[in-house]
Design a protein around this ligand. Sequence first.
Ligand SMILES: Nc1ncnc2c1ncn2[C@@H]1O[C@H](COP(=O)(O)OP(=O)(O)O)[C@@H](O)[C@H]1O
Ligand SMILES: [Mg+2]
Length: 322
Amino acid sequence: MSHGYAIEVEHLEKRFGHFTAVDKISFNVPSGSIFGLLGANGAGKSTTIRMLCGLLPPSGGSARVAGVEVNTNPEGVKRSIGYMSQEFSLYNDLTVDENIRFFGGVYGLSNGTLRERREWILSMSGLGERHNSLTSELSGGMKQRLALGCAVIHSPQLVFLDEPTGGVDPVSRREFWRLINQFAAEGTTVLVTTHYLDEAEYCNSIVFMHAGEIVASGSPAYIKKEYRKGEFSEVICDRPLEAVALLKQDSQVVDVSLFGTRVHLHGNVSADLIRAKLERAGIRVDSVQAIQPGLEDVFIGLIEQTRESRPGGGALQGAQSE
Ligand SMILES: Nc1ncnc2c1ncn2[C@@H]1O[C@H](COP(=O)(O)OP(=O)(O)O)[C@@H](O)[C@H]1O
Ligand SMILES: [Mg+2]
């Protein structure tokens, strides 16, 4: 691996017919780090990850994964990595044990190693007592941890996780991130995609994709500092949806978005003015205060900017909108 990078991506591109799903993206992933690929549905995350795993040939550009060229040696890449697909790729009609044995077979583990890894997977996933259960009977969080175990059964130095936390409850999500941290602490490089913007904070560095392009990259702290411009206020009131619509009309407002039931306003508008405007419309205002924008504020702003020049993009999931 050159320069301490586990993954090096240069002008990587994927076209489907006339449609460009991934548009000449470049980034490097330091060895042993947690690297997040963020973006709304349709941003190009899965297409990128599938190219990096040697599963989908790029239309242009290049990538080295664990020192192996994906263009010329996709099979070599597949052997050096673990990959958990968005669909979890478990066999629902097999038991937990049967799934573990199946994946052990795929990677050609010896019986001794398989026994060891089975113990590790069952304890890591908390499925010890469920080892005879049908996979279809497990909860979303359990399936997700089993899928992770099966994806890394061969102890790869590099794992790709495509939306591993999609559709699971918040507690399981947090628990899952604890596992990801554990991998990184043991020296494994983790590339993970998510459309939950709040999960960016768990990553050492991230790229934020929109419509096939990278619109922001760096550490969470860097992105907040670099891409944040202007002032942000948080409004708590009794009719947040109406408040958003009303505040959007103000010419000083850059954008207004809903974070759960809280309204975030980006723009140079005083607290008194916001309060007066809402109260005039009969909305009860509990509080208006200046806030430091989080990554979600930054990303939503970046998307609004690109939307002005170009339509497109899917739904983004904020921290509160489970
Ligand atoms: N095999 C394919 N053929 C045509 N279009 C595709 C194919 N795979 C993905 N796309 C399109 O590429 C875009 C990016 O998809 P994807 O990489 O799955 O996004 P994400 O994982 O960020 O949700 C989407 O508009 C999707 O419809
Ligand atoms: Mg995807």
